[in-house]
Design a protein around this ligand. Structure first.
Ligand SMILES: N[C@@H](CCC(=O)N[C@@H](CS)C(=O)NCC(=O)O)C(=O)O
Length: 249
């Protein structure tokens, strides 16, 4: 994949995706994997982590990644907006089921993984925890670090991963390797990408900035103790079957 610079992405037509550079930033990893799976043509550009990203901010109203844009429509950055955009652009390879009950399940699981105070959010709260008695960092402030949610973050992660493991086991009994139904959905891509926040893929599969690796490998013991192997088996299966490896970050 060839990366373009941010100005060219801003001025181009068609689909553009901006992802966080050299990080296993799961919102962007999942968006890119789903766009690749759907076979959409797009330009890929970088957000520089923990930097101002003035061009990205001026264009999209955010200086986080990912940002996606289609033709002259306003750029978008929420996980669900990006999912609905790519569903519209490539409906022939759907990642949301048509069946209402299955669709509710996929969107519910996806929200619990990607949405506010979901899995990714809670892992980030834990990673941003300032040393005892000190205020949050600028990065912490950017993502609304607060002591109340930080105190609950690891418990919330444990509750969710136990539920996901239960779902995968019930599915396995019914002969499915997917989180919902019998074919891949957005929920599988999200779990595959976000699982890196508790068990980081190898450097060969996920070539993150080596300086950032320790931060992502520093999973608290109470979470590690709750990781059922089926969660990582599912991740590896989805990554190796449906995603481009090594990940392009
Ligand atoms: N926009 C996403 C969340 C995106 C997000 O949290 N991005 C973070 C990933 S940790 C990021 O860009 N970090 C790098 C930075 O802020 O510099 C959503 O809410 O659906």
């Amino acid at each position: 994949m060839k990366y373009t610079n941010i100005d060219d992405a801003v001025n181009a037509n068609g689909l553009r995706l901006v992802i966080v550079k050299d990080m296993p930033s799961a919102w962007g990893v999942a968006a890119k994997a789903m766009i690749d799976y759907k076979g959409l043509d797009y330009l890929l550009a970088h957000q520089i982590p923990m930097s101002e990203n003035p061009e990205l901010l001026a264009w999209s109203g955010t200086n986080s990644g990912p940002v996606a844009a289609w033709n002259n429509e306003s750029p978008i950055n929420r996980w669900d907006d990006i999912l609905f955009l790519i569903e519209r652009l490539a409906p022939q390879k759907p990642l949301l089921p048509k069946d209402a009950a299955a669709r509710i399940q996929v969107l519910g699981i996806s929200h619990e993984i990607c949405g506010e105070l979901g899995f990714g959010w809670n892992r980030r709260l834990d990673m941003m925890r300032p040393p005892e008695g000190q205020p949050p960092s600028d990065f912490g402030k950017k993502y609304s670090y607060n002591d109340t949610d930080a105190a609950l973050a690891n418990k919330r992660v444990v509750t969710l991963i136990k539920e996901l493991a239960t779902i995968l086991k019930v599915q396995a009994k019914q002969g499915s390797e997917f989180l919902v139904g019998n074919s891949i959905t957005a929920a599988d891509f999200y779990w595959a990408a976000f699982s890196n926040f508790i068990v980081l893929q190898s450097q060969e599969e996920c070539p993150v900035n080596p300086q950032a690796r320790p931060m992502f490998e520093n999973t608290p013991a109470e979470i590690t103790a709750a990781i059922d192997p089926i969660l990582i088996e599912h991740r590896d299966k989805i990554m190796r079957t449906y995603c481009k490896l090594p990940l392009e970050l």
